[in-house]
Design a protein around this ligand. Structure first.
Ligand code: TXA
Ligand code: MG
Length: 319
């Protein structure tokens, strides 16, 4: 691995792009302080220029350098959840490049809980800006082979790792005003955050609300098939309706039985395990594509705990 990391650092220092594993999903990284490399990220992903990137750090010194007026209360969150799947949206210092922040006055920062990712940042000696390693609008990649297939010929290198342990992106928390607000639900749940700071809340979803986390308004997480959400109480009825349809069906069930229909070409059961369902969602989206699924039926789960992040991604995949 040491050699691979060295190679990756060389590419980054030459202005290149390197994909790397993290505990949530794979990232598509560039040197934060290289404007041209940041431009490349947007281009390669076909990412709207108004959607800022997450800055990945390995040391609290980097947090200090990139932010100003950092609220003291947020150190409690750092103590509890870093390194880990919590991204903090902070006031940006003059040293944090505007381009990574898509021109906003804030910067999103996280310290990943992943050995390879941390080794890479440390070996580079600088923060790495990295959105998820996928073309904009597509599902995020949680496996090495998915990154290679989606982006392999567009980046300098893909650092190899195991399948991402968590499988859904980090929680994005705005700490620039009180109460702190969740802009994107993720693995660090509202319930867990509230145990540390009780007044943390979800950002309101009003009609006239200014878009707080630009990424949230864009199309996201969509595999190449129609995704249909099925509530458990309508499961049997809904599946029956699809039985005689001329479509290659995929079925993901959380708790329900999967019937023996001829047109079901791909199916996965999660036996009530939310964490497993969250971990596998994106990888099975890609597997369903390979199986040429045309319609994918997915059982919904309760929007509580990790279920909130899971349903957020699932709803957007089906939108
Ligand atoms: O787990 C993760 O967060 C993964 C891994 C690679 O770290 N990264 C990731 O990045 O999911 P991306 O680019 O797919 O999503 C970043 C989200 C977007 O919704 C973006 O709008 C939001 O974070 N974001 C970034 N900077 C922001 C800022 N300054 N203010 C508000 N939202 C911001
Ligand atoms: Mg993304």
């Amino acid at each position: 691995m040491k050699r691979e990391i060295k190679k990756a650092v060389r590419f980054l220092n030459q202005g290149g792009l390197v994909c790397f594993p993290t505990e949530t999903v794979y990232g598509l990284g560039a040197r934060l302080f290289d404007e041209q490399a940041l431009q490349k990220i947007f281009k390669v992903k076909n990412r709207p220029m108004d959607n800022p990137l997450i800055v990945h750090i390995a040391d609290l010194k980097e947090l200090k350098m990139l932010t100003q007026n950092f609220p003291r209360a947020a150190f409690k969150l750092i103590e509890k959840f870093w390194p880990g799947p919590l991204t903090l949206v902070c006031k940006r210092s003059a040293l944090a490049p505007a381009l990574a922040s898509a021109g906003l006055k804030t910067v999103a920062i996280r310290m990943p809980n992943h050995r390879t990712a941390l080794e890479l940042i440390r070996a580079l000696g600088e923060p790495i800006a990295a959105p998820s390693a996928n073309i904009s609008g597509r599902p995020s990649s949680t496996r090495y082979q998915d990154v290679v297939r989606e982006l392999g010929n567009k980046v300098n290198m893909v650092l190899k790792g195991e399948q991402s342990e968590l499988g859904l992106e980090s929680t994005v928390l705005d700490i620039t005003r009180v109460p702190f607000r969740i802009l994107r639900p993720g693995f660090v749940t509202l319930e867990k955050l509230k145990k540390v700071l009780p007044n943390i809340c979800l950002a309101a979803k009003g009609k006239n609300k200014k878009v707080l986390s630009p990424g949230v308004k864009h199309q996201h997480y969509k595999p190449n098939c129609k995704v249909v959400l099925v509530e458990p109480q309508y499961w049997e009825k809904t599946l029956e309706q699809w039985q005689n349809q001329k479509t290659r069906l995929g079925v993901f069930s959380y708790s329900k039985k999967i019937p023996n229909f001829k047109n079901i070409v791909f199916n996965k059961m999660f036996h009530g395990n939310k964490f497993e369902m969250a971990k596998q969602l994106y990888s099975y989206f890609y597997d369903a594509e390979k199986a040429k699924v045309q319609t994918l039926l997915v059982e919904t789960i309760e929007q509580k705990g990790i279920g909130l992040a899971f349903m957020d991604r699932l709803k957007r995949a089906s939108a």
